[in-house]
Design a protein around this ligand. Structure first.
Ligand code: RNT
Ligand code: ZN
Length: 412
């Protein structure tokens, strides 16, 4: 145990915070790492462009080109992140064995290798249907007025639920499946009601069968690139849908108006829906999917979860894809940043602050909130890393540099 941790433990104890139990809680805090940071959302289907209103920018050398490289990068990143974490797969990351398997033909057989890999590497899996980067993606998928196209995507999404259910069964833990579709309009549209009616109808058809080994999440958004004027799956739409149907809304922190607080959604939604899914990201001016940092909006989000006593009602997905920096580094920075936000939230003397607030002692509330910004949470996080056998502080950079030199740089 380090001297610094010892001092930190005493300082927190004065406020009734037990750092030992916080470290215990951190061990139970599992991120769902997104597989798509390893290859800029390319997937293994074909060499087609990324479409659907999202964009990965940057050309840092050595992105993963196949399933082996992707797994290697993810395991490398995981070795530098304390705790045990899940992996969030997209349908386009199936193992298709060099065959053309269309989205309406995918099955659990394409994910057997992943299920095995998850078992071998103590990694539970989550899942996503993929509506983008496909000839039938267009501007509208599940909300397309053309029934044939709509049916194609309904079939795809149903099959994804079957896959998620099989994954959940194999890992004896529900697989969390997210549905995000890019559907929207670039320009003025007088068919908002029609598109939303169609999206609702498609979702009803997709969700018709209850599955006990998976959970459904639905993710809204403000706008996508090239689809700036209208988004069918807006937040209102999905919030209403989730509340009416007991589904899990996904809060992607990059999907709101710049002055809107994603953190403030937590307590509002959790009064109406059983659980929420997060896509922790970092928007820079738009939904740019920069690497997650311990910035104020992210910290606020974790404070709100802990203050709501909702630790077990949240699924902690990450969702960013920066092609401009070292991709393993991006995983490690973003994952550790989310953990740092969580540890700060767990180290907050919320009962004490709550009491001051209820007594009307606002200056004391502010005093504690301010003072706690400077408390030695970093020493507790370092101790957590140390006990997990993971480098503390900046020491992981040497490991990433070694891996980049020995493995990533050989990809050309
Ligand atoms: C897009 C959504 C969606 C995707 C991933 C790849 O704006 O955030 O979650 O980022 O499915
Ligand atoms: Zn997202």
């Amino acid at each position: 145990m380090s001297k610094a941790y010892d001092i930190a433990r005493e300082r927190y104890a004065k406020f009734g915070i037990d750092t030992e139990s916080v470290i215990g809680q951190m061990n139970d805090f599992h991120l769902s790492m997104h597989c798509w940071q390893a290859d800029d959302v390319s997937g293994f289907e074909s060499a087609g462009d990324l479409t659907g209103g999202i964009q990965a920018t940057g050309n840092y050398p050595g992105k993963a080109r196949n399933v082996d490289e992707l797994r290697s990068d993810i395991l490398m990143a995981k070795s530098l992140i304390p705790g045990t974490h899940r992996l969030n797969l997209h349908e386009i990351y199936g193992e298709f064995g060099g065959q053309k398997v269309d989205r309406n033909e995918v099955g659990v057989e394409h994910f057997r290798g992943w299920i095995e890999w998850g078992r071998e590497n103590n990694t539970k899996l989550d899942f996503n249907s993929t509506s983008f980067s496909h000839p039938k993606s267009g501007n509208l998928s599940l909300a397309n007025p053309d029934k044939a196209i709509r049916d194609f995507w309904i079939e795809h999404t149903r099959r994804c639920r079957d896959i998620a259910d099989a994954i959940g069964q194999a890992q004896e833990d529900p697989c969390i499946m997210n549905v995000w579709v890019h559907d929207g309009c670039k320009d003025m549209s007088v068919n908002h009601y029609l598109y939303r009616y169609l999206l609702k109808d498609s979702l009803d058809k997709i969700f018709i069968e209850h599955k006990s080994n998976m959970k459904d999440c639905i993710e809204g958004k403000v706008f996508g690139i090239g689809l700036e004027s209208f988004t069918v799956g807006s937040h209102d739409f999905y919030t209403a849908y989730a509340a009416a149907n007991g589904k899990i809304p996904t809060i992607d922190t990059g999907h709101y108006h710049p002055t809107e607080s994603p953190a403030d959604k937590v307590s509002a939604l959790l009064n109406f829906v059983p659980e929420i899914m997060l896509h922790v990201s970092r928007p820079v001016r738009w939904d740019s999917d920069h690497v997650t940092l311990k910035d104020d909006p992210t910290q606020d989000l974790f404070f709100e979860i802990v203050r709501a006593g909702a630790l077990d009602r949240v699924h902690y997905g990450l969702d960013y894809f920066d092609g401009a920096i070292n991709r393993v580094g991006a995983y490690v920075i973003g994952s550790r940043a989310a953990q740092k936000c969580m540890i700060c939230a767990l180290l907050e003397p919320v009962e004490l602050i709550r009491q001051y607030e209820l007594e009307g002692e606002t200056y004391k509330v502010l005093t504690l909130l301010e003072e706690f910004k400077a408390m030695p949470w970093g020493d507790v996080y370092d101790e957590f890393c140390e006990r997990a056998g993971v480098p503390r502080g900046t020491a992981y950079m040497a490991e990433i540099d070694r891996y980049t030199k020995e493995v990533v740089s050989k990809r050309c």
